[in-house]
Design a binder for this molecule. Sequence first.
Ligand code: AHG
Ligand code: MN
Ligand code: MN
Ligand code: MN
Length: 337
Amino acid sequence: MTASSTFNTNFKQYLETTQIKGETIPAGLQELLLAVADTCSTLSHEVAQGALIGLLGSAGTGNVQGEVQQKLDVIANDLLIEGVQGCQSLAGLASEEMELPLPVQGTGDYLLLFDPLDGSSNIDVNVSIGTIFSVLHKQDPAAPLQTTDFLLSGRHQAAAGYVVYGPQTTMALTLGDGVVMFTLNKVSGEFVLIKHAVEIAHSTKEFSINMSNMRHWAEPVRRYVDECLAGVSGERDKDFNMRWIASMVADVHRVLSRGGIFMYPWDQREPHKPGKLRLMYEANPMSFLVEQAGGASTNGDQLIMDLIPTELHERVSVMLGSKEEIERLQHYHSQDS
Ligand code: AHG
Ligand code: MN
Ligand code: MN
Ligand code: MN
């Protein structure tokens, strides 16, 4: 094995030296992103210990989403709060695991939202999991924190990213000028730049969906997947492959790494909910990354980044990835309405 001398920019150096649309990254945003990355580095270490430090299994509690919390959902949430609450630039944070936002500093410019641990069902089976985060500008830094401060469309994100804890621990990040990736050097504890200008090819032959929900899907989704399954003998001119990891963070990482599309669409199991995934902690940050990599992200009717949230824990139907396939899905939805 040879160490590569081409990978010599760590995350701190990247933040200090990079210009986004001709501007240096604000010091407050650098401080916040470094705190998130440091916490995820710690979390990566804990995740790798698993049973050795009693990390697996259920916490025996429930969250605001109506889900049973795993121990790691709670540990990751607590670690992130502890890791960022000293940031002077942070006004408040909101998490999938907490009913209400948490005020942090009185006058910070930024709001942080996160899914502390994505892929809870994969923790105990040693399959990739991750952390997803989104940073918004607080519109009025001087005013006391309110839940409504967070209810901004994805277009207002100053930064978004995820850290996937897999065979490697890798972070993807966008600041609105493309997508970059870093891998954690587990010896030094630093994230090291591995990829610039990540791009999702416009066409693909790979889709990702939980097929066990097929009988519950809406007609446009059923039509799309039926055509993928029919391969060259059907409407499409290609044979498709399918992957489903059941951790959005790992499925989206695959889409950013080699293309494809990921879907968790609305289905009839819960007809009155708009979908399963969370707009603020999952769909918006992933949509920002995917758009910045040249892909697209929709709920079928609208681009996810254009949705104006009305609730902090709002759910949404998600279809994202290679542009041609997302356009096809949007077309099928428009024909159905
Ligand atoms: P979380 O662990 O944060 O609650 O999110 C789990 C989500 C998402 O990561 C994944 O794509 C989906 O749930 C998996 O759902 P299925 O159990 O239907 O496969
Ligand atoms: Mn959850
Ligand atoms: Mn999640
Ligand atoms: Mn989660």
